[in-house]
Design a protein around this ligand. Sequence first.
Ligand code: ZN
Length: 451
Amino acid sequence: MSAKKIHTLLIKESALITGDGKTFLDKVNIVICGNKITYIGQEKPAGAAFTHILDGKDKLVLPGIINIHAHGIIPGAPLFSSASASLPGNQSEKNLITHISQGTTTILSLDGFARPGLVSQAKNICPVNIKTATTHHPKAYLAAKKIDASGLRDQREETVEEIIEHFSDIVIAIGEGGSGATLGGGVQDYKFIPEMVKREAGVIIDEYQARRLKEAVLGKRIASDFYDPERVGNVLKEIGLGNCPTEWALDKISETVLPSFGIALEALEEGANLAKKYKLPFIVHTAVPSMTKIEEISWLGNLLIAGHCNHPSFEIKEGIELIKRLRKKGAIIDISTFDTLDSPEREKEINFFFAILEAGLADVISTDYGGGNHSPILKVLELAIDQKVVTLPEAISLVTRNPSRAIPRLAPGRGAIVRGAIADVVMVRRSKISQVEEIIIEGIPALFGQT
Ligand SMILES: [Zn+2]
């Protein structure tokens, strides 16, 4: 991925979405000088011989996507609120490059135990604008240790105050407050529960089977008094664990899920107080098990970013009602693509996502992790636009202008194609926005550029 500094670049006669939620222009010329956009207009730009000319025919220019919720993109950093061991091999590099190849030019890592130095180093992989949130606070450490914390081995425990005060250029939010790992959610389903079942019963189950077993034992709200032997027995049979006693399932699932759960809820409270103290946005894991606590901390107003409000643990109606209550308190509503397009529950997940969009209840769209297989943002938006759930300019503002406003220090000067903005630009095929054809970060073609 070599990239040569470009001095002047002309995008010639392209269609353009500026990112403001309404403007669509056709046949415009866009000039980039150094790392800034210096001209947008239908006139032929004056004078200068351009170092580069990109033909805009059949293309659509968008601001680079700003993704405020990603995991597994910082090589060597612990994962999730469980501070699990970092991804093996070069998987984090690959994940980061995948995001960029899908049109993301600014990305916020929500693996809150990452050290700021590692986050800065990730910039060496490719020239993306990358920042991190932090969860280096005592109760978050404790919740991580109850479930895993293998990614913190041999690390000095830094305090959140140190991290926020010394690395203010790169640490710009608190989060992820809780996650599927400590709050009995998705990471339990695709990691901890299958690992436990393999270890204890010698049987391999997938994430959907794990979720069914977990919900049979503890219910969606993760409650230890939910247990019903008949229901658990039926699910054990259906997922090939018919030989295991129901009490075994109760004990083992409880041991796997519950130790971190109560402390993770307390960590949400602690995170909210930090957010208030430092006036930093707090991005939280919104799901059925955490919803009551999240409503309790909604006094944070627009410092509260309710992450992935379309979480699959919600029934659609329940989720939408929660979103409305949170919005009334001023919270920012984020929805995530997860692995929606490839999920066995695709239909429900798409309906949920689109219902929120259509009602105008989403402020921001992100990916989250999706077990490492997140659905590309532009692919999900393409489907939503095709089905007239949202207009193209509205859809793009949810991943450009809105996230830049929600987290002011994440992407200043970015998130719009206007004169003077930093030149983070994505060119997609006009008839198929999920087809990314060119990515320019700070004026430099990042992946596919002809240098
Ligand atoms: Zn997350």
